[in-house]
Write a protein that binds this ligand. Sequence first.
Ligand SMILES: [Zn+2]
Length: 841
Amino acid sequence: MKFLPVLFVSSIFAHPAFAAIQQTKGDFVDTFRQLDEVLPTANVYRTAGGEPGHEYWQQQVDYDIDVTLDESKRRLTATQRVSYTNNSPDTLRFLWLQLDQNIFRSDSMAERTTVFGDASRRGPATDGGGGNKPPRLSLGELRRQQFMADNELGYQINRVATGAGRALDHTIVGTLMRIDLADPLEPGESTTFIVDFAFNIVEEDAVRARAGYEHFPDDEREGGNDIFLLAQWFPRLAAYTDYEGWTNKEFLGRGEFTLEFGDYTVDITVPADHVVSATGELSNPGAVLTDTQRDRLEEARTADRPVFVITPEEALENEREGTSETRTWRFEAENVRDFAWASSRKFIWDAQGFDQGGDVQPFVLAMSFYPKEGEPLWSNYSTASVIHTMEVYSRFSFDYPYPTAQSVNGPVGGMEYPMITFNGPRTDLQDDGTRTYTLAEKRFLIGVVIHEIGHIYFPMIVNSDERQWTWMDEGLNSFLDAVAGKEWDPDIPWKTEPRDIVDYMKSSYQVPIMTQSDSVLRLGPNAYAKPTVALTILRETILGRELFDFAFREYSRRWMFKRPTPADFFRTMEEASGVDLDWFWRGWFYSTDHVDISIDRVWKLRLDTKDPDIDFNRRREEELDKPLPLSVQRDREAGQTWVARNPDLDDFYDENDEFTVTNKERNDYRKFVAGLEDWERAAMERAVAEDANYYVLEFSNVGGLVMPVLLELTFADGTSERYDIPAEIWRRNAKEVKKLLVFPKEKELTQVVVDPQWETADVDVENNHYPRRIVPSRVEMYKAPDREGLEYRDIMQDIKTELKEYDEDGNPVGGDCEGEDGASADVSVGTCPEPELDDEG
Ligand SMILES: [Zn+2]
């Protein structure tokens, strides 16, 4: 009901023509109602089966860009020549471009609408406080505000002109720019225009953007070094689509990008000692690489393990100096929807060929670029994870179609672009000069490389609309990266199982997965984890691997290098699996219901035989099994009843009770049997002879989300078996259902467990047990904390404290380490023991 358009609500009951639409009566909720009325109407561009239609089209946008990095000013200056081909059936009088750098302007919509205490922006959250506590501002947030105030950010658009150089009218609207064409662009026509632009690059660590520079002040080189990660760096065409027209929605920072495919030639001019990694293939290696580097790249093509193109020692040597000369790296990329690059003199570079086979792209070069700060984690796992990702993802979708796949270390935690990804994990420098890392950092590296390389499939090739639907790329990709992670090493806790989403599913901050990206609360669980779990359940529990994998591959192939919408995904998965999944999309993607199926009661039934000599006796036994009323029991024990004291008065009814059988009942039974058809008598006789166990199981759906009811049945003989009931059992009553199960006489049911393997993200597993069980849990000891507050200080004593200087490890400069209970140990600076953290630290 909640999906009915609002306009029906007032008239639905009054107007007979709308009677067919009414789906709700009393408590009835139609959880299996088909989604057709919610999904867009099929047309010649998108079929009702979720495929590109016979007149499917998309625009083609080719770029030729010259860009120069001014390292000392941390500024990009560029000119781009864009060739736009209108494949739509519409005439275009203007074009929209995305000016993403304008999000950093102090007057941008994103800056002006950031809410205090809101974690919605990618970056450090401010804390609105609560109760008696003052609100808080993190040091990171203060640094961000200072950086934004100190720097002039956003695009400087120097020229917009036709290919022939004639100025074009253009209007900047926040993070968008409209270019008014000199002549209308008819269907099938192309036009060329030029945009000259420049901007100051943001410091990633200060601003927390999706790209930027990272400064390394401690490098030996005077003034230190930077790693530059450049993305959303050139004015990119907004997508023009069959379902929305121009996708010109303001960039608020969260919802990512809606882009067109095209071919790129990009000339990147950087300091001569920089190493550049970029979307595409390097087309002038002779101009920028040494002979040794080119030989090593050749060697890497057939190597079993990554080969250093630039060794750690060479990178260390390189980062010590600097140069005033420049060099231009030329990259070319075909059929990509974006272009990103990275540049630094700090990069170690390794490479390994991936022999994929097939016709599409038999050979792919996997490469990683990272500073010494990523070692030894990166040389061990980065390029290996790149190759592993392609192996797994290709099996689920299509062969990796590009010549390179790269992983670059820098300040961005994780971002994806065609053929290139930015990944953040680092290692810690210890006092003895070695570098170490935690299990979490190792998991982060392998996990983030798989995830970001996986994004080259979704959404860089299966080009979904990221600005609208984060789940379409993050959800599908997180689902597959969970598969790939487990195929890498199932012993690493990837935290992608159904049980990992239950806290979110029952929370008050849940919104439907089908919510526009910028409005989602808690993006991680909403757009990553919940769709991952949903698809995992679809694959492992509802469809099974064979049907799911076929349908998912079909979706990937249908929409490879095309632009799918949510409806195309939903429809293809149904179309290709042959299973109606509307209830599943409705529950998991359009609602905030959660899974909580309870088994409330189990009845054991015994079939009456109709034979009074059997049935009357059974009923007498049942009566005797009931507890005697306490008063009757006590009167009997006292032996003071009339009949006890006067046994001589016993009569017929003291020998016979209400269950005594007479020939009257026996004749009725004989008459009944004689009147049966042969088949009726046979069925009855067999049922009586078998005397099977009949059980009625009562379930209630506490969470609201309809799901299969997965049962583990245990019997008195010690055996157990699975009995899975499809979700359709809830189709007439989504709140409570009863199910009859029949077992042979010797199979006596002793226990029922719902979802024994925690497959369905059921939020309360205790009501899954019949009979209920004692719940195992744990309790911690704790020590009451000392009182806090200004008035609880012993100022009379504290006033005597000596003033000290501290180093960055928190040790006092001058030699004394503070031990416990104030005692000092005489240890030289830098070797003070780390303070011990308690368990909660
Ligand atoms: Zn992602």
